[in-house]
Design a protein around this ligand. Structure first.
Ligand code: ADP
Ligand code: MG
Length: 428
């Protein structure tokens, strides 16, 4: 008996270890919803196959495994899209193994699909406590169902001579059901805890983006005010009795100025859109141009000239995140320049990578400061800084399989080198 409990305990540990590997995989990069679904299926099916292969005999007739735990997790978190392939896989494997457990497996699969239809959408909106309680309750239901089917089969079909002895029922019930209920609780709890850490990291990226947007807002509104004032001035002039020719000239200047204001706002708004969960192949050059347009008002405010030397280079990743990272770095560069200077942006192509140089003529950093770059809340800007920009930028570039190098000297300026793997556009 001790041995069997130990075996089941091993199963539970296996499910937990694979869960951790799955979560680390999730955390390593930005994953799309589709990738997450596929990996959830892979995770749960590995656990199901493991459980079904190394079954544990509780009594001579009642051979058990913990497959309901990964099944429930897959169904609750993946919904019907995970439930159906999991049910097919489980049934397929069960048929391959043969034996009397098939009826149990079929009813298990049917009830799992029903559970996913009823719960999966609602489940994801609940808090941790409710999730843990409900998953344990569902585990109680699922394991009791299996047990009930076994008891009915064993007495009716007579493959046990006198049905199941009471002593065995109590033993099986306590070990089998308790393991499922407690195990599901533990796995759900671990699943939720790690997920909440991953989500917190994503929230920091969003918060930093909102900070960035609100910091830029001041420079944008300043920049928009100019064309508005100019147009207003011309309209005022038109009120006076001026020749038709002059009027036409004033109108065309006003239109040009208003178009400029419109352009500034729309550039800004494309960046201010909420982050989408999407990967695509895009041109670094195009994104650099966009970022330069959005950052230009800030540069003007700081008397910074932006120079650039750009060429086309395709990379893959989340375009909005990449923009965010670029804005962080260029904004830092501009803020480091005190009384006028230059911010230079350059794209350098190598055989299978592209390096983006962002060089400013600002106040630079000491070695100590460079070391602390990317540390959360490290800022030298007092209340004006968040100290999250570089942390977010590093994590974005890291998630795109790239890296950032920084060279800086106090008083001489700073050079950021962002290197990313190149995509051959023709292959896409
Ligand atoms: P924040 O800009 O809110 O301070 P960041 O994470 O973007 O936070 O930057 C952290 C710190 O790194 C800045 O406060 C600044 O001291 C330093 N830093 C970053 N980029 C530069 C740069 N181009 N020149 C000088 N210092 C920089
Ligand atoms: Mg910053």
């Amino acid at each position: 008996m001790k041995e069997q409990v130990l075996f089941l305990f091993n199963h539970l540990l296996f499910i937990l270890v694979i869960l951790f590997i799955y979560q680390f995989w999730l955390d390593r990069k930005q994953r799309t919803e589709k990738e997450k679904k596929v990996m959830l299926f892979v995770y749960t099916s590995i656990c199901v196959l493991f459980s079904m292969t190394f079954t544990v005999p509780l009594t001579d007739e009642f051979i058990v495994d913990l497959r309901q735990i990964p099944l429930l997790i897959g169904v609750l978190y993946g919904g019907i899209q995970t439930a159906i392939p999991l049910a097919i896989l489980t049934l397929g494997y069960r048929f391959m193994l043969g034996g009397v457990g098939i009826v149990g497996a079929i009813s298990m699969c049917i009830s799992i699909i029903i559970i996913s239809l009823i719960f999966s959408k609602r489940y994801l909106t609940w808090n941790i406590r409710k999730k843990v309680i409900w998953s344990m309750f569902l585990a109680l239901y699922a394991s009791s169902l299996i047990l009930a089917i076994f008891i009915i089969l064993s007495s009716d079909k007579g493959f046990l001579e006198n049905g199941l002895p009471h002593k065995d029922i109590i033993y099986i019930f306590s070990v089998f059901v308790l393991f499922h209920v407690a195990g599901t609780g533990v796995v759900t709890y671990a699943f939720e805890k790690i997920n909440s850490i991953i989500k917190m990291k994503q929230r920091i990226v969003q918060t930093e983006k909102i900070e960035l947007i609100s910091h830029l807002a001041a420079s944008i509104s300043h920049e928009v005010r100019n064309p508005l004032t100019v147009s207003r001035g011309f309209m005022q002039l038109m009120l006076d009795d001026v020749s038709m020719e002059k009027k036409n000239e004033y109108v065309s200047i006003s239109i040009k100025e208003l178009d400029r204001a419109e352009q500034i706002i729309s550039d800004y708004l494309t960046f201010a859109k909420p982050l989408e969960d999407r990967k695509e192949t895009f041109d670094v050059q195009q994104e650099c141009k966009r970022v330069i347009e959005v950052i230009r008002p800030l540069a003007n405010m700081h008397a910074v000239e932006i120079t650039s030397q750009l060429s086309s280079a395709y990379i893959k990743g989340n375009r909005q995140s990449f923009q965010q990272c670029l804005l962080n770095i260029t904004k830092n560069g501009i803020e480091a320049i005190e009384d006028g200077g230059v911010l230079h942006i350059e794209i350098q192509l190598k055989k299978d990578s592209v390096t983006l140089l962002i060089i400013d003529s600002g106040k630079g950093m000491s070695d100590q400061q460079i070391k602390r770059l990317g540390e959360p809340y490290f800022t030298t800007k007092g209340a004006k800084g968040t100290g999250l920009g570089m942390m977010v930028s590093f994590s974005i570039i890291h998630s795109m399989n790239g890296f950032i190098q920084v060279k800086s000297e106090p008083g001489a300026g700073t050079r950021f080198e962002v290197t990313l793997p190149l995509i051959n556009e023709k292959l896409e």
